[in-house]
Design a protein around this ligand. Structure first.
Ligand code: DUT
Ligand code: MG
Length: 554
């Protein structure tokens, strides 16, 4: 274990607390018998000193234990969070499409906090209180085995109702964690859709929906409180019975001179001291149920395996050739790529057109391996794409979509994303993407911080940033999926021209709705229901392809 040293310290601390607590009970006996009854002056000067020593041992032990256990707990959680984030970023794109981002955030924050609670407080308290119970019990038996017997027979009776409460607790923990997740998901939804909500004035509808989720969180939490709150009174009533019995029998022993007053009070003090740790242990047990569920949910995530995994052949060269051989792709049951075959070589500029939902985005998603083909083979330079390492493949591809992703960082770091920043090349890329003109207007130029939602940029400006990022990468396969849709006609034309200079050295795959954008592509693929129904140049397609003529007319 990584935490051997910390753990040993913590255990030593816990032992000190347990021994100190038993010592506190023990010291009552000489105080009463030797000082008050026998009036012994030497003991009078020794006992206060011992008292201070005992409490110091307990205090130092408490400090050491708290510090080292918290250290372990916080560090375990830090590592867990690191692992989880790394693990999640490798999950399939389908996972992110299916799982609400709010749900993911909730798992990472809320569930982890619950687990943190276990390691930093529940486990150490549990161990410490248990050790204290053991120490006090040993002391009680040593002091008066007969009295201890009565007490130790009654206490286990408490376990029955308490274990039933723990079971209930587990159920409500699960429900409350699930409803918290749903609530956080809803929150995420509200704020990411805030434009729609405000422009439709649907705040009431949304807050009512939220209110329902919020209420069910409340409902389960309050049920947890109820179960938890029952623990104390049950323990107290049982405890009072036990102590009542002890007073009666112990009193008789003292009256009949079989036990000294000091022994009786030491014994009773130990019993009273037992009460708190026993109560805490049973509460901790309930709380632990909460963490068991959180831990389960966490491991559900950690055990999830992505379907799309890296191969181990490193793609060392530029992409020279991309071949699709009879490729099929389904989303769940829906067929979206239906037997596509195509051969693309360096220097080709390919354009994809077709109705909405025809499968164009799905086609390009296969090239970046957001998905893997269900049947058929895609090969890059003659190697099956699945056998290539993802990182070497992605180094050669620049992928620009309609949705522009901007990091909360400088313009330069956004452009050189994932690579060394070469300021000269950043400026060059910005110039080619016609982005330099507005970046230059910022006081800090390419050192200006962009915010992650890109709100300080217009839609067209954001697209130009994305194009600059793609150009900076110097890819051998450039994919543009409606990457210029937010640009005005003039900027689009200018960018087309900028791309022309690199077009014959690389493969470009462009998806566009505006046919003007792709008229001079080497080959235009017309998609319909996941199939390529025509494939030729603009002029030839106008003559030969009905579907293309229809698109051209629009
Ligand atoms: N589809 C899904 N799940 C997804 C993505 C898409 O079921 O996660 C469906 C919707 C559509 C088909 O797959 O019927 C093809 O979608 P794609 O996004 O490939 O269509 P497109 O040609 O890119 O359409 P558009 O021009 O609207 O972008
Ligand atoms: Mg699309």
């Amino acid at each position: 274990m990584d935490y051997k040293r910390e753990f040993i310290f913590a255990i030593v601390g816990m032992l000190a607390v347990a021994i100190g607590t038993a010592g506190t009970a023990q010291i009552i006996k000489p105080t009463l018998d030797n000082v008050f009854v026998a009036k012994d002056a030497t003991m009078l000067s020794i006992i206060p000193f011992f008292l201070i020593v005992i409490f110091s041992i307990k205090g130092v032990g408490q400090y050491i234990q708290t510090y080292y256990m918290s250290y372990i707990g916080l560090d375990v959680v830090r590592k867990l969070r690191d692992d989880l984030v790394t693990h999640l970023t490798y999950q399939d794109i389908a996972f992110f499409n299916n799982m609400h981002s709010g749900e993911i955030l909730s798992r990472i924050t809320n569930d982890i906090t619950r687990i943190q609670n276990v390691v930093t407080t529940i486990i150490p308290n549990f161990i410490r209180e248990s050790l204290t119970i053991v120490a006090l019990t040993i002391y009680v038996i040593y002091e008066s085995p007969k009295l201890a017997l009565y007490f130790l027979v009654i206490m286990p009776l408490a376990i029955l109702p308490l274990s039933r409460l723990a079971k209930k607790m587990k159920k409500y923990s699960k429900l409350s964690q699930e409803s918290t997740s749903t609530m956080i998901s809803r929150l995420g939804e509200i704020f990411s859709n805030i434009e729609v909500i405000k422009s439709n004035s649907t705040q009431t509808i949304e807050s009512n929906k939220f209110s329902q989720e919020n209420y069910s969180v409340f409902k389960y939490l309050i049920k947890q409180v109820k179960v938890n709150a029952l623990t104390t009174p049950i323990m107290e009533i049982l405890g009072s019975i036990a102590i009542g019995v002890v007073i009666y029998i112990g009193g008789t022993e003292v009256i009949e001179d079989r036990m000294s007053v000091g022994s009786f009070f030491s014994f009773s003090a130990a019993l009273f001291m037992l009460y708190n740790p026993i109560k805490r242990v049973s509460k901790l047990y309930n709380k632990a149920q909460d963490a068991v569920i959180a831990n389960y949910r966490m491991h559900q995530l950690l055990n999830m395996k992505p379907k799309v995994v890296s191969g181990d052949i490193v793609l060392n060269n530029r992409i020279e050739r991309v071949v699709f051989r009879n490729v099929y792709l389904n989303y769940e049951d829906k067929r979206v790529i239906d037997g596509v075959s195509i051969d693309i070589k360096r220097g080709d500029s390919i354009a994809l057109v077709g109705d909405s939902g025809a499968g164009k985005t799905s086609f390009v998603n296969l090239l970046v391996r957001f998905y893997d083909a269900d049947m058929g083979v895609i090969s890059i330079n003659g190697v099956n794409i699945k056998e290539l390492t993802l990182s070497s493949l992605h180094k050669e591809i620049a992928f620009v979509t309609q949705r522009v992703h901007i990091f909360n960082d400088t313009v330069a770091n956004n452009i050189a994303y994932g690579q060394e920043v070469d300021r000269k090349r950043v400026v060059e890329a910005l110039k080619k993407a016609y982005a330099l003109e507005f970046i230059e207007k910022y006081e800090n130029g390419i050192d200006t911080i962009l915010n992650e939602s890109g709100n300080n940029l217009s839609g067209g400006q954001r697209q130009r940033i994305a194009l600059a990022r793609a150009l900076y990468k110097n890819p051998s396969l450039l994919i543009l999926d409606e990457a210029t849709s937010a640009l005005d006609n003039k900027s689009e034309l200018l960018i087309q021209r900028a791309l022309e200079s690199i077009r014959d050295k690389i493969i470009t795959v462009t998806v566009a709705h505006r046919l003007s954008t792709i008229e001079d592509a080497d080959r235009i693929l017309v998609f319909k229901n996941g199939k390529i129904i025509c494939s030729d140049t603009h002029q030839n397609l106008l003559n030969s392809c009905n579907e293309y003529r229809k698109l051209a007319k629009l």
